[in-house]
Design a protein around this ligand. Structure first.
Ligand SMILES: [Mn+2]
Length: 288
């Protein structure tokens, strides 16, 4: 690699067409119910990636050995929810049609809806793993059925609650609690719970949707709906590593509002989580 010009690690500088893994920013915050600002996540993560070492101590692998690219951020106009959802659906569809493994990052969790539906189009027996502080299965929020607090309920409308498991959830409405109990969707964020669920899926295709607010807000304050009592970084990474070599077919890593964390640690944390996710995606593609 040339050292004459510095670029962020996630710079889009690697040849996009030949890459096996495609990163892209999906940064929009139109239905954020509390503190908006995740539309700025893409720039913050790329800036943070300037300061990131490409080698992972956790997985003993280097990003420099992985075939990945960063397409940059999708243009998602503020407001215009329906248009934004269709832009995300179309973009991820194109990435899938090139045979690339999509990893979306950045904005509010509603954007996972078209991302998961696109995976489901290709893989009808899809299983969804949801890591989040929030249940996100409300029938509606303030009269709107399609928001960042309801998106997983809409996924369930399409694929069934029986194909969804949630880890780390610690906040929601009474209605969500009852739905989660009725369909048995929630598990604690522990290594044994995640492992036993993944083992139970066998060879089924898996989509991982990761809301970074699953972390404790003391570690990750740069998010729109911080929720005390979250997990540690070490536990997140150990939990994610259980997906190595499994039949993953897509991932997202969402809900960074960089401006609420002036230290920049939250953006660093998302960048480093993406490093780990890229390595996990690569191991999934290799099946080991
Ligand atoms: Mn959340």
């Amino acid at each position: 690699m040339s050292h004459e010009f510095i670029l962020p690690l996630f710079s889009g500088s690697r040849s996009p067409e030949g890459a096996k893994i495609a990163l892209f920013g999906a940064c929009w915050d139109g239905t954020s119910s509390f503190k908006a600002g995740s539309r700025f996540a893409g720039f913050a993560v790329r800036e943070a990636s300037f300061g990131m070492e490409e080698f992972s101590f956790y997985q003993q692998e280097s990003l420099l050995d992985i075939s990945f690219t960063d397409y940059g951020d999708l243009f998602l106009p503020p407001g215009q929810k329906e248009r934004v959802l269709s832009i995300v659906a179309s973009a991820v569809g194109k990435i899938r049609s090139k045979g690339q493994f999509p990893i979306a990052f950045g904005g509010e969790h509603l954007l996972a809806y078209p991302l998961i539906m696109s995976a489901h189009e290709q893989h009808r027996d899809l299983a969804v793993i949801h890591m989040d502080a929030h249940a996100d299965i409300r029938p509606d929020l303030w009269g709107d059925a399609l928001t960042h607090a309801t998106f997983l309920g809409r996924v369930a409308d399409n694929i069934g609650f029986e194909n969804i498991k949630q880890f780390g959830v610690r906040s929601g409405s009474r209605e969500e609690w009852e739905l989660a109990k009725r369909f048995d969707t929630m598990r604690p964020f522990t290594i044994s719970a995640i492992k036993s669920h993944i083992d139970s899926l066998g060879e089924r295709p898996i989509y991982l949707t990761l809301d970074m607010d699953v972390l404790d807000p003391g570690l990750y304050p740069g998010t729109g709906t911080p929720e005390p009592g979250g997990i540690s970084w070490e536990l997140l990474i150990e939990g994610l590593k259980l997906l190595r070599g499994k039949r993953l077919v897509g991932m997202d890593c969402l809900e960074l509002c960089p401006h609420y964390d002036p230290t920049g640690v939250s953006a660093q944390t998302m960048a480093k989580t993406l490093r780990e996710l890229i390595l996990i995606a690569d191991s999934a593609l290799k099946g080991k």
